[in-house]
Design a binder for this molecule. Structure first.
Ligand code: ADP
Ligand code: MG
Length: 696
């Protein structure tokens, strides 16, 4: 296979089917794993390791610690259980005695464990009924001629059907031997020294076949750092590009403008709001477009900050637009503006559904000629229809949605507008630094003073009667409340209570003495509007609703919330819902009825009850879901990580980000020769996803 006339690049690009020992059948399985070339194999990282370093004889085993024993399979017994499951019991004869390995419901393991086979078993043993047992140990088959892998840490790769660990290991080992020395270092040499990083040629063999734990740690550090660093470089380039490629109007807040805007607010701004406004004002004054994320929980005062920014734009002679994800929220924002701007001359237009064609056309005309300063509406309507005369600022209220990467595109002639994106879902810190890393971030951690705590309870059916009694008592005192239920079809899921059922049974039972309203996403905008108005005015005392439509609803007198089928809601969603009843003079009470079927949903609900801090809950949620789920990078258009893990590698992320910013500050276009490799790698990996095409 060695071919002296080939260049290193050619060798690394060698198609997998041409590697030694890889026939067409193997090749196809490797393709299924996404591996095409020798290089792909080198960077195909183990998902785990089988730690065979702690090898024991039977008489020196300890309970509960990961250890490895080896021996010969002496008995294999597969039994069915009454309930359709299976138990596989395997007796292994070791030097000093026997060990019993047990697998529940994994009958296929039997194939690995034929009589007489030599194996190494790794697991946490337990002494049970006079014999040592391991449940679900890892199995390493040892061939008779193969030397025992004494003291090894073996890689465990992701597999595909038909492919075994030993096959992947063999190919990886072969490619490493053959290609490792061909690899070019990505970082300048002195960079590695300064940042305590191993060279690539040293790290790669050790990530696949570690000599010991310490080497594995060093190899991981190097490779994770590299992955995070390259992403941070790309994000830094993106931010720089956004600043330099486009021109936005320079909107400068004079002391007079600032005072005039602040006078409109009937309260002192919080420290967090002042800081956010400071950051935004600095961005707006700069003629490069702002791209800023404003995060803070519902009720933390984001809208007020956004209104400040919009008024600043208007004061400078530009238009501003506020876009919401739903009609209900757009109306809510329009009302907020009406309230705050009652005494001002700013000309506003709410562009929501249900306008007559004539009125709507007239508004569009006024916006196009600049007779209107501030437009409020849904993202859909505004992006579709509206042409602006002189747009200076776009505020996008994402509420609880992610997906900032798809930026709004508005019809606009001359300069680009500034962008401010608001999100009410607290985002874990490490996610902010990566998926949202192309945005500047302002955070409102603490809301306005006097927010009420919400007493939150998790309850089962036995508590129902007592809770409704309490609920009725508070209604009688004049409070209002929500009852949230998932929207389910009758046929959908028998265990969940549907919205209609909930409404019917409350109206004819627990709450029959009170005025109930019903609202859900399938109602028309006018209908929804009417219900919301009645709830706001108190005509409706209890609003039965789904989780989606009423997220932004602001009714301070509502202090009660019942959530049905709580196991069907995510943690962020539950917390959003609870935010509705923390806004008034009275403390809130929230009870979640749930039948948590699974361990994760039980832990989610317990976390919800235990904390009212959205940022804390976001971190918990992230841990429970794992990084692959909601924050899976695919849906944000970034390629997934190969080795880094945002849950585990927070510290390394900080380090990589700091270093990347430093490097870009010193060499903005990454144009120095010693940075050429880093730059190329960044473009290969993120050029397309982040549209970095012709950087520098
Ligand atoms: P968000 O947009 O983050 O949900 P809002 O800006 O709508 O929050 O503010 C929530 C509520 O708190 C509103 O009723 C608003 O008038 C009020 N509010 C905002 N900032 C302050 C403040 N600094 N002091 C007192 N009340 C405030
Ligand atoms: Mg708001």
């Amino acid at each position: 296979m060695s071919a002296p006339e080939r260049t290193p690049a050619e060798l690394l690009a060698m198609p997998i089917q041409r590697l030694n020992g890889v026939g067409p059948q193997w090749a196809e399985m490797f393709w299924r794993l996404g591996l095409q070339t020798a290089r792909d194999v080198l960077f195909f990282f183990p998902r785990d390791y089988q730690d065979l370093t702690d090898r024991r004889d039977i008489d020196s085993l300890e309970e509960g610690k990961l250890q490895t024993v080896s021996g010969v399979v002496e008995e294999v017994e597969l039994r069915g259980t009454g309930s359709g499951g299976s138990v596989l019991g395997v007796l292994v004869r070791c030097r000093e005695g026997h060990l019993r390995a047990v697998w529940f419901n994994q009958p296929f393991m039997r194939e690995k464990l034929s009589f007489g086979q030599r194996v190494a078993l790794s697991g946490k043993p337990k002494y049970e009924g006079l014999v040592w047992q391991m449940h679900h140990p890892r199995v390493e088959r040892l061939s008779d001629d193969e030397e025992e892998p004494a003291g090894k840490i073996l890689p465990v790769y992701p597999l595909t059907e038909g492919l075994a660990q030993w096959q992947v290991r063999r190919v990886v080992r072969g490619v490493l031997q053959w290609c490792n020395e061909m690899l070019d270092e990505v970082f300048p040499h002195d960079y590695l020294n300064r940042h305590d990083l191993w060279p690539l040629r040293r790290a790669l063999p050790e990530i696949h076949f570690p000599s010991d734990h310490e080497s594995l740690g060093r190899a991981r550090r190097r490779l994770i750092y590299q992955e995070l660093f390259i992403l941070q470089l790309a994000l830094a380039q993106k931010r720089q590009q956004q600043r330099t490629r486009h021109r936005a109007p320079s909107l400068t807040a004079t002391a007079k403008i600032d005072a005039r805007i602040r006078r409109l607010f009937p309260f002192e701004l919080t420290a967090g709001q002042r800081q956010a406004i400071g950051e935004i004002s600095a961005d707006l004054a700069d003629p490069s477009p702002m791209n800023r994320l404003l995060q803070g929980e519902v009720g933390s005062g984001k809208t007020v900050v956004a209104v400040y920014a919009m008024l600043l734009a208007v004061a400078c002679g530009y238009q501003a637009v506020l876009m919401a994800p739903t009609e209900v929220l757009a109306r809510q924002h329009a009302l907020t503006l009406d309230r705050l701007l009652a005494t001002s001359q700013v000309r506003r237009a709410p562009l929501t559904g249900g306008l007559s064609t004539k009125l709507r056309d007239e508004l569009l005309r006024q916006i196009a000629v600049g007779e209107i300063d501030v437009v409020v509406g849904t993202q859909a309507v505004i992006q579709q229809d509206v042409a602006f005369a002189k747009l200076g600022l776009v505020v996008i209220d994402e509420q609880h949605k992610f997906g900032v990467r798809q930026r709004a595109t508005l019809r606009q002639a001359a300069l680009d507008p500034h962008y401010l994106v608001m999100t009410a879902t607290p985002i874990p810190r490490t996610v902010t630094m990566t998926l949202f890393g192309d945005l500047e971030v302002s955070t409102l951690r603490d809301g306005p003073p006097g927010r009420q705590t919400v007493h939150t309870y998790l309850a089962d059916e036995s508590r129902r009667e007592k809770w409704w009694e309490f609920f009725r008592g508070k209604l009688a005192e004049g409070r209002q409340g929500y009852v949230v239920a998932p929207l389910v079809e009758q046929s959908d899921d028998l265990s969940a209570v549907s919205l209609d059922e909930t409404y019917e049974s409350l109206a004819n039972g627990e709450l029959e003495a009170f005025r109930l309203g019903l609202i859900h996403g399938r109602m028309g905008p006018d209908e929804k509007d009417a219900v919301m108005d009645d709830f706001r005015s108190g005509k409706i005392q209890v609003l039965v609703c789904t989780s989606v439509v009423e997220v932004g609803v602001d009714v301070p007198n509502a202090t009660l919330m019942t959530i049905e089928s709580g196991e069907r809601f995510g943690l962020a969603q539950l917390h959003q819902l609870r935010g509705r009843i923390s806004r008034g003079r009275f403390p809130g009470y929230c009870t979640v009825f749930a039948d948590p079927q699974s361990e994760p949903s039980r832990r989610r609900l317990e976390a919800f009850v235990a904390s009212c801090d959205g940022f804390e809950l976001a971190e918990t949620d992230f841990r429970l879901r794992g990084p692959g789920d909601l924050f899976g990078t695919q849906q944000h258009g970034l390629p997934p990580f190969r080795i880094a893990d945002l849950l585990r590698d927070g510290e390394l992320l900080d380090e990589a980000r700091r270093d990347a910013l430093e490097l870009v500050a010193a060499d903005p276009g990454l144009s120095r020769p010693e940075h050429a490799r880093l730059r190329r790698m960044m473009l290969v990996r993120y050029g397309r996803a982040l549209d970095l095409g012709d950087v520098g």
